[in-house]
Write a new protein. Sequence first.
Length: 214
Amino acid sequence: MKAAVFISGRGSNLQALIDRCHADPSVPATIGLVLSNRPQAAGLKRAQAAGIPTVVIDHRGFPDRESFDAALDAAVRRAGCDFICLAGFMRILTEDFVRRWRDRMINIHPSLLPAFTGLNCHARAIEAGVRFSGCTVHFCRPELDTGPIVAQAAVPVLPDDDEDSLAARILEAEHEIYPMAVRLIAQGRVRVVKERVVVTDGVFPVEDLVSPVP
Ligand code: GRF
């Protein structure tokens, strides 16, 4: 599997994918392209340090979402990638693009989906008083932060948490489950059946999870 990773900023999940998929010869997945819509995204430097090709496609240079997404699609194909990992990519993709990459595009979201889709999910989790939040890797469907769930990890929400402390605790779990999900998919062990993910040929390597939710 040759993945394109889409980012907009820091790129810590990208770094986890570089370290634990791309640079690990036992994982049959490489990163063939890192694409950012923001020229200043710090993650671009992480990709360059790992010798991975990068491209900036600035959404501000396009008249509409369709033409922007067409440029994304062309860049991914030009790089010879057959899979897309969204990793903090802060643009909403068109239905057409999402359909085109159906079951070949995953995203990581910092909540236990289907709870708290969209932005500010940590603040909303604290506000709701949930005892656990976490993160989810899922295949993408046209509606934001929806689609068959590949992996989740739960983390506690502590009484003194603010958005930042909760986000930091969840981010650690993200760095565990995103590479794990990519590894399972690259190994051909993941199937989407009736809009649910089935993992075949063995068991989840749960020892890799921080706090697994089966
Ligand atoms: C992560 O919390 C991810 O779940 C969300 O955006 C953030 C990106 O962080 N979609 P990073 O750029 O990977 O550090």
